[in-house]
Design a protein around this ligand. Structure first.
Ligand code: EPU
Length: 334
């Protein structure tokens, strides 16, 4: 593995924050991991850099995962099992599967980031979560220096959660993910504006490509393109509260936006809570809260990670004082 020193991380994070890595290396295949010169220094594995906020220079080794390759590994009458290298661009992989007519990923179109990050935080959008299509993954145990296979239950998926963000945090490098996709797609169109968008497009017969296109149109209309304005998608998670808490909030705030969950808990729209506190469209220097989606913090140019973080802290505090709800950051703060 070629080792570079003092490398700017600006091109490697979608917030476009200027920080540096003491050491930087690109990982092209699993075999190179045996040569990984770890020592005692901190290690950061980068995929698309789309779910992180860099607040300082990284005094350790950054490994950019660029393990590529898409492979049909197995099929049965109902399903296609397809694996992808962790370094593959997520949306590129989704488009590949859609071009083959395989179903399951269409609602997850245009999510920034890499294949390797998809199970890490159980990415989700428009009524579908990664766990719905996940089959297995291979990951390299950094200390034991060998590959382990994880099934779905091993990953302990939750809302934007997995074992890799909790008890196994920092212990593994994800190498390859296998998805189980439908030969006969099952369409999920009940979320939000998907059906309206399909109507607007004049679609009468649903297909994976039509749904993908509808999702792309909705996302493009609301979410800033990280290639143009730095951001990391939703900065906070939508908070999940008990039904009792929800009823109390609703009594005081009748227009509160909420989604009842199967286990009787209630997911609140963090974007609504933030908007009500007056942050939507706010800008201070180059740090801001997006004008079309209050859950997304943005870097208009040269904001530092600390400035974005400080803004997130102000938002968090104002939501606590107005609603008594403590938002949790979804983005990894580094
Ligand atoms: N809302 C507001 N004001 C806002 C934003 C949202 O009032 O500024 C309310 C609206 O009523 C809206 C509702 O909140 O109908 C839900 O908003 P939206 O459909 O945009 O979704 P979200 O809950 O804000 C989540 C995910 C997104 C995902 C969308 C669509 C989280 C943390 N975020 O956002 O994921 O794309 O649903 O499924 O769960 C991400 O994780 O980075 C991400 C972008």
């Amino acid at each position: 593995m070629k080792m570079l020193e003092n490398i700017s991380l600006k091109p490697y994070n979608t917030f476009h924050i200027e920080t540096t890595a003491r050491y930087f290396s690109i990982l092209n295949d699993a075999d190179s991991l045996q040569e990984l010169p770890l020592g005692n220094q901190p290690l950061m594995v980068l995929g698309g850099g789309s779910n992180m906020l860099l607040t300082k220079n990284f005094d350790g080794l950054v490994v950019k995962n660029e393990i590529m390759g898409i492979e049909l590994v197995h099929e049965d009458p109902e399903f296609i099992y397809v694996s992808a290298g962790a370094g593959e661009n997520w949306h590129g992989f989704v488009m590949h599967c859609i071009s083959k007519g395989w179903g399951g990923l269409e609602n997850l179109s245009l999510i920034p980031g890499s294949v390797g990050a998809s199970p890490m935080q159980n990415i989700g959008a428009y009524g579908v979560e990664l766990e719905d299509v996940f089959w297995s993954l291979e990951a390299w145990h950094i200390q034991e220096k060998r590959i382990h296979t994880f099934t779905k239950s091993d990953c302990a998926f939750g809302y934007r959660e997995s074992v890799f963000k909790k008890s196994l945090k920092g212990k593994y490098i994800i190498l390859k993910v296998t998805y189980r996709l439908h030969k006969k797609p099952v369409f999920h169109t009940s979320y939000g504006a998907i059906t309206q968008e399909l109507d607007r497009m004049g679609v009468t017969e649903y297909s994976v490509s039509a749904i993908s296109e509808a999702v792309i149109r909705i996302r493009t209309s609301k979410l800033p393109d990280p290639a143009i304005i730095g951001n990391a998608g939703s900065f906070f998670k939508n908070p999940v509260v008990s039904n009792e808490t929800y009823e109390q909030l609703k009594a005081s705030f009748p227009t509160i936006v909420a989604f009842p969950q199967l286990d009787k808990s209630v997911k609140l729209a963090a974007g609504w809570l933030i908007e009500q506190c007056g942050w939507k469209g706010y800008r201070s220097g180059d740090a801001g809260c997006h004008a079309s989606q209050a859950l997304v913090l943005v870097n208009y140019g040269n904001a530092t990670g600390k400035q974005i973080y400080d803004l997130s802290e102000k938002i968090l505090q104002s939501v606590i004082s107005r609603f008594g709800i403590s938002l949790e950051r979804e983005v990894n703060i580094i």
